[in-house]
Write a protein of this length. Structure first.
Length: 388
């Protein structure tokens, strides 16, 4: 004979515990301080015995029993905050938050900004070109235009040249295969270094006739015995999501490993559209793409620099439209791996676009040049200190 014994109390499946951030009130801004006080409100159907933040026990607030507190140390770049709460039987809730630490921008005194003229002249005058540092220390100049607002292919510069900082002169390079890229406001990046460096060129504004238009193709060139060799025809990219491919005035910034972050916006009558994605370049045949977080504020003709030791990128200034009056003075930090974007408190001393960002040390970025909201060229320099 089989007897069944059951509990008269019905089984109730409890919902997981939930977390609400009390302090700080938001994590969407990068912090300049290196420690961060955190308060978390925990809601649970069971009796919460404790909460751990990144494996460390948090303290229960003396004012509110459902609030838990701790102070965490922040590293420059993106920080992961892993939360876990438990009762007498085990973990009853988990969550992961992200925050970031950046730094401050400060204007350099006039006596600390010095420009030294290069006596040699460019082979071909140009604006809107790219300058890519080669493994041997020389700088490869590609594309550009003879006019600030090119209207036809005759305005575009086809000459390819290198600058040698040792001899301090410019040398024109021959091009083998298909023609050199006829475009301006494009992006260039070093795909491979040895035995012969390969340079990728993506996007830009150009064409072979009239009218010119934004470009959505990727071209690759090998530098072999001081000749630029076009490796293949223009290649299309399959971008993630609903991104449009054609873009100009964007940036291409190296991430960890063989990945690059492509980021820019274009502006149409319907509004702004972002084109942000990760481009793989692990081999010459790899042109796969991955999603990346979009801008908090759309922008074009901005500057970008990677954060040392962290797969994150800082964006500086740019334009929120097609005129100088839309110049920006803000700074954003993008974390492609985590899919997060953070604002940086304080921003830049003034609004600027078409500036350059150069890493002077692991913790410092030098911002130079560009144009103001009135369209006037800027001669001042700004240091952005990312050590906090």
């Amino acid at each position: 004979m089989l007897f069944g014994v059951g509990c008269e109390r019905p089984f109730v499946e409890h919902a997981p515990a939930t977390f609400e951030l009390v302090q700080p009130d938001s994590l969407d801004q990068a912090f300049t301080r290196r420690t961060l006080p955190v308060e978390i409100n925990v809601s649970a159907q069971r009796d919460v015995r404790g909460v751990r933040l990144n494996g460390e026990e948090m303290s229960r607030s003396e004012r509110r029993r459902d609030v838990w507190t701790d102070t965490v140390a922040l590293n420059v770049g993106v920080n992961e905050l892993q939360l876990a709460t438990y009762d007498g039987e085990g973990v009853i809730g988990r969550d992961t938050l992200y925050t970031a630490a950046a730094g401050d921008a400060f204007l350099l005194p006039d006596d600390q900004v010095r420009a030294e003229r290069v006596e040699a002249s460019l082979v071909a005058p140009r604006v809107g070109h790219t300058a890519t540092r080669l493994p041997d220390g020389r700088v490869l100049l590609l594309g550009g235009s003879r006019a600030a607002k090119p209207t036809s292919a005759s305005d575009l510069v086809r000459a390819v040249e290198v600058y040698d900082p040792v001899s301090q002169d410019f040398q024109r390079l021959p091009v083998s295969g298909r023609a050199a890229p006829r475009r301006t406001r494009h992006g260039a990046f070093l795909m491979t270094r040895a035995p012969n460096p390969v340079i990728g060129v993506y996007g830009g504004y150009g064409g072979t006739g009239e009218p010119l238009s934004p470009r959505g193709d990727l071209r690759r060139f090998m530098l072999r015995r001081d000749t630029l060799v076009a490796l293949d025809p223009a290649l299309g990219l399959t971008l993630p999501g609903d991104l449009g491919e054609a873009i100009d005035g964007h940036t291409i910034t190296p991430l960890a490993g063989p990945q690059f972050l492509v980021a820019g916006s274009y502006f149409v009558s319907e509004g702004a559209r972002d084109v942000t994605f990760r481009l793989n370049a692990s081999s010459l045949n790899d042109r796969s793409t991955l999603p990346a977080p979009r801008f908090r504020t759309p922008r074009t003709r901005h500057a970008a620099a990677p954060v040392t030791g962290n797969p994150a990128v800082l964006f500086f200034g740019g334009r929120l439209g097609n005129t100088a009056s839309t110049a920006l003075n803000d700074v954003e930090l993008h974390a492609p791996r985590e899919g997060e974007t953070f604002g940086v408190r304080g921003g830049l001393p003034s609004s600027v676009f078409s500036l350059t960002a150069t890493k002077r040390a692991p913790s410092r970025i030098l911002l130079l040049g560009g144009f103001s909201v009135t369209g006037e060229g800027r001669t001042d320099g700004v240091f952005f200190d990312i050590t906090g």
